[in-house]
Ligand binder design. Sequence first.
Ligand SMILES: [Zn+2]
Length: 130
Amino acid sequence: MLYCQSCNTDNSSQATRCQDCGCPYLLPYAVVLARRDGKLKGVKSGFNLPAALFGFVWAAYHRAWNLALFLFLFSLALVAFNSQLAAGTNSLLLMIAFQAAYMVIRGMYANKWLLQALKRKGYSERTTPN
Ligand SMILES: [Zn+2]
């Protein structure tokens, strides 16, 4: 499976251009997983920008409900923590720093988390992607 770098659409491995937007920049998924019924899922590698920006909304979009719940609760905890912080000096900078760190961590680990979530749902890695 290949994904389009501009619109993120899944394409067949034979495609040389994106079937959706016509963009020629197709990349292979880092990991392709298959379920018993033949359904395929691809997981990319590298930094996951949508996960960094949208957090639990991104996880819910991928139907990784446990992950979505975890990210949502962590966001709430961070808000609660930041409101405690608000009394101190330089608190705004600290809040921004914590929020930014949380976003970077989400982006860095998102693909790994998604992979684990898919494996829990019965997907397993294929050794020979086509
Ligand atoms: Zn495309």
